[in-house]
Design a binder for this molecule. Structure first.
Ligand code: JFZ
Length: 441
């Protein structure tokens, strides 16, 4: 994404975050208990799959024979492709290898508990059968199927929550849709209020009405959004009781913050979710092979949960409907680690320590602490920061024998030394400490 656009969006998001800080109205009128009940599954889930899929996967980052810098789903914007020219991509989009059940099973295998998929991104192309605009996958492509309906069915079959991303302000196809940095084709000009009334609101009504239970509404880039424009979407949320919404509608707080491609340095007191790519692009780019290692991805998840957040990790399927093999490989490897250690992630949150004192992290869940050791010290031993009480039991989640030494403490404080297992996990070794009651610093 060009620097100017990024700064513009960052300003927008900062303003929207500022709106949070300014204590703008919340979307849902509810008690704290009602909110906690509504958010409970999301706070338990901790880990989800983001899917950015659209006709931008056809050029896959290359236009007129040249690679277009930036994230793949912004190719129309970055290459300033005229609306009519870009729309021709729909006729070339026929993802015959799309298999919704395979995607959902892969998310499950990775240990992911929810999926958020782009129903319409900034390019205005609807990835669902929309009666509102013919610029959609069912009517404008040879595919003639509705992948969101197939995905919704697969999510219900395999018990994984489904959420929809919808670009409610930016739409580079329909007249009046916003474009960060301004329009580049007169065909984009028009009334934004008319666009929201005639396209965006009716399409959001479609995705919240026609696909069964929708657990998350993931708005994006509130360009030129006002309270009045945001208010036009609020009644639609009643179509999905219990739905959780992010902070990117515009004006309103939303239920959770959305740091993007970054992990906050400290724990946050509100609900938040880091969204991140496995390489550097959300939408598929044939030229982007800068894949993060599985170790990095798992340690990101651990770091995020140790600060009380969720991790929404993205895949960008190809124009044939396949998730790139490097993503599949990493998700399976993440799943293998989660199979052994997931209980230290699901429903866990910030631990009692400001600094764990070793190369790793700590999460907490009820009367248990989980220590994640990334790299063991040369002496093969870590010491656990002092707490008011010693644990009543300790174990490695991978079942290795554990050696714990109680260190001389004071009346109020007790310390522990834990020796490395024979074969430490190269990604992270996890130690469970169980206390008589919730441990406090
Ligand atoms: C937005 C989209 O533009 C992008 O294509 C992708 O869908 C991502 C998940 O969300 O990207 C952003 C949004 C906000 C900022 C930067 C990129 N920002 O606040 O700097």
């Amino acid at each position: 994404m060009s620097r100017i656009i990024f700064v513009l969006l960052a300003t927008l998001m900062a303003l929207s975050v500022g709106a949070q800080c300014a204590g703008k109205e919340t979307i849902f009128v509810e008690t704290q208990e009602q909110r906690d009940k509504r958010m409970a599954w999301w706070r338990e889930a901790r880990f989800g799959m983001f899917i950015h899929w659209g006709i931008y996967s056809v050029p896959a980052g290359v236009w007129d024979g040249k690679e277009v810098p930036g994230i793949g789903e912004w190719i129309m914007h970055h290459a300033k492709i005229p609306v009519a020219e870009y729309a021709k991509l729909a006729g070339r989009f026929n993802p015959v290898k799309f298999d919704a059940q395979a995607w959902v099973k892969l998310a499950k295998e990775a240990g992911m508990k929810y999926i958020v998929i782009t129903s319409k991104h900034h390019d205005g192309f609807a990835m669902f059968r929309s009666a509102v605009s013919p610029f959609n996958i069912y009517d404008a492509t040879p595919f003639k199927r509705d992948p969101l309906k197939e995905l919704a069915e697969a999510c219900r079959k395999y018990d994984i929550k489904l959420g929809f991303y919808y670009s409610q302000a930016q739409d580079w196809h329909h007249p009046g849709g916003a474009a960060a940095g301004g329009h580049w084709d007169p065909a984009q000009d028009g009334s934004m209020d008319d666009y929201i009334r005639d396209i965006a609101v009716p399409q959001v009504r479609e995705i919240l009405s026609n696909y069964g239970p929708v657990a998350i509404m993931w708005w994006d880039t509130p360009v030129d959004m006002t309270k009045e424009r945001a208010d036009m979407f609020l009644p639609l949320l009643k179509l999905q009781p219990g739905i959780i919404v992010n902070n990117r509608l515009g004006y309103y707080d939303g239920d959770f913050g959305t740091p993007e491609q970054e992990i906050p340095p400290e724990a946050l007191s509100t609900d938040w979710e880091t969204c991140m790519t496995i390489n550097d692009t959300w939408g598929y780019k044939s030229t982007d092979n800068n894949w993060k290692s599985t170790t990095t991805l798992v340690r990101n998840l651990i770091d995020i949960v140790s600060k009380g957040g969720n991790y929404l990790l993205n895949v960008g399927p190809t124009s044939l409907g396949e998730i790139p093999e490097p993503s599949v490989q990493r998700l399976k490897e993440i799943g293998a680690w989660m199979k052994v250690n997931g209980e230290a992630i699901y429903g866990a949150g910030k631990g009692p320590f400001s600094n764990v004192g070793f190369d790793g992290r700590c999460t907490a869940k009820g009367n248990k602490l989980y220590l994640f050791v990334f790299n063991w010290p040369d002496n093969g031993e870590i010491t656990v920061p002092n707490l008011r009480a010693a644990p009543i039991s300790a174990r490695f989640l991978d079942g290795s024998p554990i050696e714990v030494t109680e260190l001389p403490g004071t009346e109020e404080r007790t310390g522990l030394a834990i020796s490395a297992p024979e074969k430490p996990d190269p990604i992270a070794t996890v130690i469970e400490l169980t206390y008589a009651e919730k441990p406090t610093p």
